[in-house]
Design a protein around this ligand. Structure first.
Ligand SMILES: Nc1ncnc2c1ncn2[C@@H]1O[C@H](COP(=O)(O)OP(=O)(O)O)[C@@H](O)[C@H]1O
Ligand SMILES: [Mg+2]
Length: 218
């Protein structure tokens, strides 16, 4: 039987949604979406929306030209059911319907000054070990792709887990937590522009290190 949210998505959301990928390294831009849909977030591949009538699910719509939907579907098949991950309830041509995770991304926790207990980091670490045990390679695990809910950690974005190369983002974030997340920082609100500067500087620093690594090996 067709789920009621599927009809709403196909007949109302998708025909009235305008999203674009303006820069592959920046989040997708959502120009128009119909009421009463709400924008939950956007990443470099997709925009994520929810309908207040169906609060248990979100729709992740891939922007035209952005790859990866088949890979993400396969990742969710391999993960199956696990408390730290969402689940894929339906895969369409350019969208996935996912179980909604009601946590706050660690990026938003920093912005709002919500203290992140070490347990959150430990939970995410264990969830990533579980993913690895299912033949996946945790990749692109950064502050906007992990969440805190009731003091526990969740992984919200698994779209790059089929990639084969090592990605240091989670190890870097974990090290930064252990080295710099002093008790006096925990309640501090860090403005979005400052987090953006950190994000962009991190990307430049990584590119610089990669370039140095390449020239050394030549
Ligand atoms: N299952 C979900 N439940 C709640 N929010 C989600 C869910 N999936 C994604 N989001 C929100 O949408 C944002 C973008 O989704 P994400 O899967 O990271 O997209 P991308 O693969 O393009 O990076 C996330 O940072 C998060 O805020
Ligand atoms: Mg993401």
């Amino acid at each position: 039987m067709l789920k009621p949210w599927l009809i709403e998505i196909q007949h109302h959301l998708l025909p009235n949604l305008e999203i674009h990928s303006e820069d592959p390294f920046e989040p997708i831009v959502v120009h128009v979406y119909p009421k009463p849909w709400r924008l939950v977030g956007s990443g470099n591949y997709a925009a994520v929306l929810m309908h207040p009538g169906y609060p248990d699910v979100v729709v992740k719509v891939y922007a035209p030209g952005r790859p990866g939907i088949e890979e993400e579907t396969e990742v969710y098949k391999r993960i199956g059911k696990h408390p730290a991950f969402s689940e894929c309830l339906h895969a369409g041509e350019n969208f996935l319907v996912l179980r909604r995770l009601t946590g706050v991304t660690l990026y938003n926790c920093l912005q709002r000054g919500l203290a992140i207990p070490r347990q959150v980091i430990t939970d995410i670490d264990q969830a990533l070990d579980y993913a690895a045990s299912r033949g996946l390679n945790p990749h692109d695990v950064h502050g906007k792709n992990v969440m805190m809910l009731d003091g526990r950690g969740l992984v919200v974005d698994v779209s790059d887990f089929m990639k084969s190369e090592y990605c240091s983002m989670w190890d870097d974030l974990k090290n930064a937590y252990d080295r710099f997340y002093y008790p006096w920082v925990r309640g501090m609100r860090i403005p979005g522009f400052a987090l953006n500067v950190v994000r962009k500087s991190y990307r430049k620093w990584k590119r610089f290190r990669r370039a140095r690594g390449t020239s050394r090996s030549v």
